[in-house]
Design a protein around this ligand. Structure first.
Ligand code: C2E
Ligand code: CA
Ligand code: CA
Length: 597
């Protein structure tokens, strides 16, 4: 149903009011007074004679919109009832009916979330107005809730699907592989096929990207036609697809499927006037290879596909341990990570975050850098996943936090006029599971900033949703120290409205992939707009990541985005460069970005 339909439905269905009062006479009076239609809306009354009965009614009749409750009643009084209503339905509104002059009770009632109150003896005119007003509020809240829900569903869909082909994306495929790994059945055989089509580049260069896009859509279509409903095909890179074949009887079915796919992709593609023929390469990995991470399966199948490409004679290859050079390299990296931590081969860079309202720098994001003695600078995108797998992220993350807080403390002293200046630090899911996290944060704050009010922790959306219930208590503890929270990479995971509303978060950071191309991709613009609206209706700030051009900045401004970060303002800077940058931006009274922004 579309939103307007939903709105009409809410308007048309009679509103249900639960009256809770031990005065039996009231029931008769209300029935009599409201027999005639007084309000524009149809009303339907349900009665209970004390709090306990009311709770029963609320549990068995979930469509109640408004509760009207007396205070003094036997068994359970109205104030106790109020404190329990929220647990049943957070959107339910209650109006308290109280004896005249009962001010202290009214105060308690309002503190427990009562929406309004009326006094006894009841003036029915006043009652009708109050009901009308409360219903209006409840209905608006419902429509807004539905709008938020719809926006999230849209975001979720695109977080797990490829926009061009409509196929699942790598995230969704990895989830499905994880499900196969987790599934109880021991003899659940599965295989991953990694597929690459070699004509993509030539088509793109020769005919342009509209044609190469059409080629990809056609490839996706042909692959889908070869699969069972239980299989998953995902687009995992520009011209690469991966297929999960689950519920295999024998592994030879995987090879047969690979042959079938190659056959299907062999017949020429008709792209307008041009006919293009294409070769495909497929790498296969079996579930019995002994990995326990979905990413490892995908990497292995990719390795096998690359192996197939290098061979003149075969176009499909099964992954085996002799192809494991890459895996060895990874093990080496893990070992190096350990020794680098001891040898202090890490340092931090800081990237400014700019307010779009004032064009001032309000914050920095601390980003870790690894200077490998032989391999040079290694990107965190490459080594953080290893650090997480080996739990080395715990000591590393502690070091990052401590270093970043010290740096902020120095900056605050050096640039007192640019206060309040805050620091954002990335927190990994593994750190959230560390039982000593709270204590170590306390110690770090004690030794540097004194309080948590200028520290912001960035946690990715998927981690928060994954560990939500466990994280909730921890986040509350951290919040009590005035630490703030951002959801990082927002829009790339599975967000739930209930969690977004209940977690103590302050900011959503729109993932770079949406900002990239926002000028010419309508879809990106639409997603960004949805996230900004969603954030603002949840009373959260929004930061756009990865802003690289003036045009992107202009669009974000017009959409009402609060903050931005990206190469347009500055790349991540080392300690000295940050000081130089701050000196420059604060000395010229007009901000560095005013002329750009
Ligand atoms: P992230 O938290 O999303 O960080 C933003 C990344 O975007 C950084 O990459 C930054 O250099 C890059 N970036 C900023 N502006 C632009 C831009 O305009 N264009 C483009 N193309 N890129 C931009 P970096 O430093 O390579 O970090 C990658 C990821 O590694 C981070 O993504 C974060 O998830 C992780 N990471 C970095 N430092 C830490 C850390 O101390 N702890 C943890 N747990 N993770 C970290
Ligand atoms: Ca971040
Ligand atoms: Ca991010």
């Amino acid at each position: 149903m579309n939103l307007y339909g939903f709105y009409l439905l809410i308007k048309m269905t009679p509103a249900k009011i639960l009256i809770v009062d031990d005065e039996i006479e009231l029931e008769r009076l209300i029935k009599q007074r409201f027999r005639k239609k007084i309000l524009a809306k149809e009303l339907d009354f349900v009665f209970a004679h004390n709090g306990t009965e009311a709770l029963d009614k609320l549990r068995t009749e979930p469509s109640i919109d408004v509760v009207l409750t007396d205070i003094n009643m036997p068994e359970m009084d109205g104030l106790t009832l109020l404190s329990k209503i929220h647990g049943i339905d957070p959107n339910l509104k209650a109006v308290v009916v109280s004896a005249y002059g009962d001010l202290s009770n009214i105060r308690i009632a309002m503190n427990r979330g009562a929406f309004d109150f009326i006094t006894k003896p009841i003036d029915f005119q006043d009652l009708a107005i109050t009901i009308d007003k409360t219903l209006d509020f409840v209905q608006k809240a419902k429509v807004q809730q539905e709008q938020l829900q719809e926006a999230l569903e849209q975001l979720r869909y695109q977080a797990f699907h490829d926009q061009l082909t409509g196929l699942p994306n790598q995230n969704l495929l990895l989830n499905r592989i994880r499900q196969c790994l987790d599934s109880e059945q021991q003899n659940n055989l599965f295989a991953i096929l990694f597929l690459s089509v070699d004509s993509f580049k030539a088509v793109k260069e020769g005919l342009g990207h509209a044609f190469s896009d059409r080629l990809l859509v056609e490839v996706a279509h042909r692959v889908e036609n070869c699969l069972q409903p239980t299989d998953t095909v995902a687009r995992v890179a520009t011209d690469e697809f991966a297929v999960l074949l689950s519920n295999l009887q024998e592994f030879k079915e995987a090879q047969e499927k690979a042959d079938l796919l190659r056959q299907a992709l062999k017949s020429p593609f008709h792209l307008n006037e041009s006919v293009v023929s294409s070769n495909s390469y497929i790498g296969i990995v079996h579930s019995t290879i002994g990995f326990d991470q979905p990413e490892d399966f995908l990497r292995a199948a990719d390795t096998a596909m690359n192996y197939a490409k290098t061979r003149a004679t075969v176009s499909t290859a099964l992954f085996d341990t002799s192809m494991q050079a890459r895996i060895l390299e990874r093990l080496q990296l893990e070992a190096d990570l350990q020794s680098s931590l001891e040898a202090k081969q890490f340092h931090l860079n800081y990237q400014p975050i700019v307010s779009l309202a004032t064009s001032n720098v309000v914050s920095f994001e601390a980003l870790v850098r690894w200077q490998h003695p032989q391999k040079g600078l290694i990107s965190p995108a490459k080594f953080i996943p290893f650090a997480e797998e080996t739990k080395l992220i715990i000591p590393l993350g502690e070091w990052v936090l401590s270093e970043a807080c010290k740096q902020l403390s120095k900056l605050q002293k050096q640039f007192p006029n640019s206060l309040p200046l805050s620091m954002s630090v990335n927190l990994s899911g593994v750190q959230l599971e560390n039982p000593n996290l709270l204590q170590s944060i306390d110690e770090i704050l004690q030794a540097s900033l004194g309080s948590g009010s200028s520290l912001k922790l960035e946690i990715t959306e998927s981690i928060l949703m994954d560990k939500c219930s466990a994280a909730m208590a921890l986040l509350e503890e951290l919040k009590a120290r005035e630490i703030q929270f951002s959801i990082d990479d927002f829009g790339t995971g599975y967000s739930s409205l209930a969690y977004l509303q209940s977690l103590p978060i302050d900011t959503l950071k729109i993932d770079r992939s949406f900002i990239n191309g926002i000028e010419h991709r309508a879809k990106n613009l639409e997603i960004t707009q949805t996230i900004i609206t969603l954030a603002h209706s949840l009373k959260l700030d929004v930061i756009a990541e990865g802003v690289e051009t003036q045009a992107q900045l202009d669009i974000l401004r017009s959409l009402g985005c609060d903050y931005a970060q990206g190469y347009f303002f500055s790349r991540p800077l080392d300690e000295q460069a940050v000081v130089a940058f701050m000196t420059e931006t604060t000395s010229s009274r007009t901000s560095l970005f005013l002329n750009r922004a």
